[in-house]
Design a protein around this ligand. Sequence first.
Ligand SMILES: [Zn+2]
Length: 136
Amino acid sequence: MPKPLPIVEFLKLPEGGDPYLEGQRCGSCGAIFLGERTTCSSCGKSDQFSATKLSNQGELYVYSIVHRSFPGIEVPYVSAIVDLEGGGTVKGNLINIDPDPEKVKMGMPVEVVYQIAPRKDADGNEYMTYYFQPRA
Ligand SMILES: [Zn+2]
């Protein structure tokens, strides 16, 4: 079976290891960003970044319940922004919870889970994607 491809470049799939999210840590001020960049928007220094493995645990920072989306996307779902422990802010969908403002709480503990994306691309490639779910 061919290996799934990461759905975003900051999702890493190590050979024989568990998937994880990777951030870029500024060596000057310690700020963490997702994705490649050359200049730190926190301290303004350039070329100080090194890759760092991010935590799979975090807290829900903000969310919105999405009721309309593209054809074929099941709604409603919860679009969330999560602050990871140790740094890094990641956007993704919150699953395994009712899309109900009574149930979804700001600051609630969540974890990152990795799953094969429901759809393949035109070439039949599978993609590994990530979601958030409430921490047990
Ligand atoms: Zn910095």
